[in-house]
Design a binder for this molecule. Structure first.
Ligand code: MF3
Ligand code: CO
Length: 256
């Protein structure tokens, strides 16, 4: 599966399938929420996610993705790890950590993609604020997913929400169309100008994913070639929903 830059408008029947995929993805994240506590390894989380996928006869679009092939079914990114952390038996969660779990489901040929950041036990006030602002940016962005708006309205909503609160959005990773492919057009940066970009149309489905850093917007990639960390090792958070544009309210696909 690779970037397919075309935008694919989904029919109402296709949106129904994507909604079912999204429900399963939400079940995975609910399972994660129940499991996450000090002492659990990120490999344990990956195994539990795979159990949920198997139960529904589904698989993850992450596994084998890209080059070098992504080796797991979910991404687990702890503290300064922004996205694409690889689950490992050696990574044991500790009290005070925050962990983003990003997961995907392929159901009847369609992809759901969503992520949440969770607290491990009691966390700092700074970590809590970071998580709230990142989730708030996602809510603000989803509210722009309406006919009459453009992709730049989504980008600007995220950038303004985050930067007006003194935090930073990544420049290197973006929100993206989602459908038969995990990554389709349009590519939607986390920064930009309202009123610019592609007009939104009913049947567009976009995975909106604010990735927020406390220190600066700069990132680097570890030697495993996947794990993306904040360049200054400051805390980071990530929330994501796959969302459909309709004639009316935005339809969040990745909820129970
Ligand atoms: N939500 C992530 C994304 O949209 C999932 C990709 S992880 C990968 O890019 F390992 F599959 F690349
Ligand atoms: Co995504």
């Amino acid at each position: 599966m690779s970037w397919d830059r075309q935008i694919h408008i989904k029919s109402p029947d296709e949106i129904k399938i994507m909604r079912q995929a999204g429900r399963i993805n939400a079940e995975i994240l609910a399972t994660m929420k129940n499991m996450i506590q000090p002492g659990v390894s990120t490999a344990d989380l990956n195994a539990a996610a795979e159990e949920v996928l198997k139960k529904h006869g589904c698989y993850s679009p992450f596994k084998g993705y890209s080059q070098p092939p992504y080796p797991a079914s979910i991404c687990t990114s702890v503290n300064e790890e922004l996205v694409h952390g690889i689950p490992s038996k050696k990574r044991i969660l500790r009290e005070g950590d925050i962990i983003s779990v990003d997961c995907g489901t392929v159901f009847e040929g369609f992809v759901a993609d969503s992520a949440m950041t969770f607290a491990v036990g009691k966390i700092s006030a700074e970590a809590k604020r970071l998580m709230e602002i990142t989730e708030g940016a996602l809510v603000a962005a989803i509210d722009k997913m309406r006919v009459g708006n453009r992709t730049g309205d989504i980008s600007a909503a995220i950038q303004n929400y985050v930067e007006s609160r003194g935090l930073h959005v990544t420049r290197e990773y973006t929100s993206h169309g989602v459908g038969r492919q995990m990554h389709e057009g349009p590519q939607v940066p986390l920064y930009g100008t309202a009123g610019t970009g592609m007009p939104l149309r009913p049947g567009m489905t976009i995975a909106i994913e604010p990735m927020v850093l406390v220190g600066t917007h700069e990132t680097r990639t570890l030697r495993d070639q996947w794990t993306v960390v904040s360049a200054d090792k400051s805390l980071t958070a990530h929330f994501e929903h796959s969302v459909a544009v309709t004639e009316g309210e935005p339809l969040i696909l990745t909820v129970p």
